[in-house]
Design a protein around this ligand. Structure first.
Ligand code: ZN
Length: 411
């Protein structure tokens, strides 16, 4: 049975007084069980200066090199400019001695609430995290890479920070939570399929997704890619500055990775995401406590991994897979739903906008998935209407009148 999965057209809504009244406070409305719906409202706001923009270095000086300046027009018709020289070098852990990072270290994070979990080691010889010394039975730090833990263990996090558990799947059976990591795909990685190529494809198929941006890619992204990503209604989230495993970093380095990604997304797109995904899904309570205090209150994990990052190409990683191996995974998911074995909950699926091969894979499977599942962005299936701290951006949820969910009839 072919179902059209989306009933809404305009997704990003500029607030009017009316809408603001209807939507404030930012509350996650859901009918989910407590297992999927812990207390989502946090008492932590990004009180650091991100929203004000006052920290922007050289904010009053004109850009010196026009080629180093990116200008986009946001959906609010505000022109936002950023100068590449204002940001750290791409693909490196940003320095921690900048005044911005020092400010956050001293005045923003309450370090008494950050667990003293050890910095994890990475074995470069066999390209794996060293988990052998970790007590996986007790799992004291809720370290995902060792145990797939998603419910924080440290009581400072749960009671003082009111942190909620990581989101790993859509609660409703038949929902396919679409997410793409590592974008926006730049000219360097994508060539002819650099963004907004794939965003145009998604728009053609009336599809919104969660996009997890790497700060270094935002720095080098074509401005129209950023504009499309936001104005087409995708949910933009943080995926760090240089894409390293955060549990292997110091507290200060974690702050720098998150800050600069938040900073460049705010400067170029005018938004401050509340959502993020750790690279390689590698997170523990220490990292969670820091991210949460920087306003990243939704840690979006996954329960289906398309493994498309293994396809040969730019920034691919791990053992290479052939196209048919990735195809088999998608086929398996479709069959599990169609034959009735996939009936526990929906899914959050990670795919990548990494290179032409991952884009081709997404293009091949999206139309087929749309025929079987209700394909949605994670924010819709989790009923998060305000994924950014700026409340002017209101996203559709299953509670909205005009986006009432339709139950899928199993084929
Ligand atoms: Zn990634």
């Amino acid at each position: 049975m072919l179902l059209s999965t989306h009933m809404f057209a305009a997704v990003v809504v500029i607030a009017t007084n009316n809408i603001m009244m209807m939507t404030a406070p930012t509350i996650i409305r859901t009918q989910m069980s407590p297992r999927q719906h812990p207390q989502m409202i946090s008492d932590v706001k990004p009180t650091f200066f991100l929203l004000s923009g006052n920290d922007h270095p050289n904010k009053n000086s004109p850009p010196k090199d026009p080629h180093d300046t990116m200008t986009i027009r946001t959906s609010q018709n505000r022109r936002i400019t950023n100068n590449k020289k204002d940001y750290p070098s791409p693909w490196k852990i940003p320095p921690i001695d900048s005044f911005q990072i020092q400010h956050i270290l001293r005045h923003v994070i309450d370090w008494s609430r950050v667990p003293k979990a050890p910095i994890r080691q990475y074995n470069h010889k066999n390209n794996t995290l060293v988990t052998q010394d970790y007590d996986t039975k007790l799992d004291p730090d809720c370290w995902w890479s060792a145990t797939r833990c998603t419910i924080p263990k440290h009581k400072d996090l749960t009671f003082l920070l009111k942190i909620h558990q990581d989101i790993e799947y859509c609660p409703n059976v038949g929902d396919f939570g679409l997410t793409f990591d590592d974008g926006p795909l730049t000219l360097e990685g994508g060539g002819a399929v650099a963004e907004p190529y794939f965003y145009q494809f998604l728009a053609k198929h009336h599809q919104q997704a969660g996009l997890f941006f790497i700060g270094s890619n935002v720095l080098n992204a074509p401005p129209e890619a950023l504009e499309r990503a936001l104005s087409d209604g995708h949910t933009i989230c943080v995926h760090t500055w240089s894409h390293v495993r955060l549990t292997t970093l110091t507290n200060e380095e974690i702050v720098a990775e998150l800050y600069w990604t938040l900073r460049i997304i705010k400067d170029t797109m005018g938004i401050t995401p509340k959502c993020w995904r750790p690279p390689f899904a590698d997170v523990d309570d220490r990292v969670r406590a820091i991210a949460h205090q920087m306003g990243l209150i939704y840690c979006i994990q996954l329960d289906y991994d398309a493994q498309d990052f293994r396809l040969p190409g730019y920034h691919s990683s791990g053992e290479h897979w052939r196209t048919d191996q990735v195809d088999a995974l998608f086929q398996e998911w479709i069959e599990a739903y169609q034959n009735g074995t996939d009936r526990h909950h929906g899914h959050i699926v990670v795919q990548h906008e990494l290179n032409p091969n991952t884009v081709a894979m997404a293009e091949k499977w999206l139309p087929r998935l749309q025929k079987v599942f209700r394909v949605v962005s994670w924010s819709q299936c989790m009923n998060v209407s305000n994924p950014y701290w700026e409340e002017a951006f209101i996203y559709p949820t299953d509670d909205d009148d005009d986006t009432k969910r339709r139950r899928m009839t199993p084929l």
